[in-house]
Design a protein around this ligand. Structure first.
Ligand code: HEC
Length: 120
């Protein structure tokens, strides 16, 4: 939706503002990725009661700004039992691959604060 139009607009007139607002890959994304992004944003409603969208660790780890592959790998630790946090195991098992990809793309586009490495 707005993403692509915003991109065109910013190219002409708002490039400075774009830098500030669009730390996300959003404006550069092609159509598929834009779709994934908005799907991910929608799904993230399920996560944001625990994980802050601004990436601040409030006792629950920050999940913003991760490479997509790391994000997926980490969720898979909960799916396959390498990690056992009950809340996250149930979250991870409720996600299908498309949803995981969308969430990884969306969260990956958000500014990074701090993170642990994608190892258990
Ligand atoms: C009920 C609260 C809660 C919800 C809802 C929740 N999480 Fe979590 N999440 C946690 C906690 C607590 C941890 C840390 C668990 C651990 O130590 O293994 C965690 C860990 C993670 C990690 C690994 C973080 C790291 O630094 O290793 C990822 C990735 C993650 N969650 C993604 C998600 C996604 C995506 C959603 C939504 C689909 C979600 N979580 C929903 C509580 C939650």
């Amino acid at each position: 939706m707005g993403c692509w139009m915003f991109h065109k607009l910013t190219l002409r007139t708002l490039s400075a503002l774009a830098g500030a607002l669009a730390s996300a890959s959003c404006p550069l994304a092609h159509a598929n990725e834009a779709k994934l992004m908005s799907y991910g944003k929608h799904l993230a409603g399920e996560c944001s009661s625990c994980h802050r969208i601004d990436g601040v660790d409030n006792g629950i780890p920050s999940i913003t700004g991760w490479p997509v592959a790391d994000f997926k790998a980490t969720i898979n630790f909960y799916r396959d039992g390498a990690r056992t946090n009950p809340a996250m195991v149930s979250v991870a098992k409720s996600l299908d691959d498309e949803q995981l990809k969308a969430l990884a793309t969306y969260y990956g586009s958000l500014p990074k604060r701090e993170r642990r490495s994608a190892t258990k």
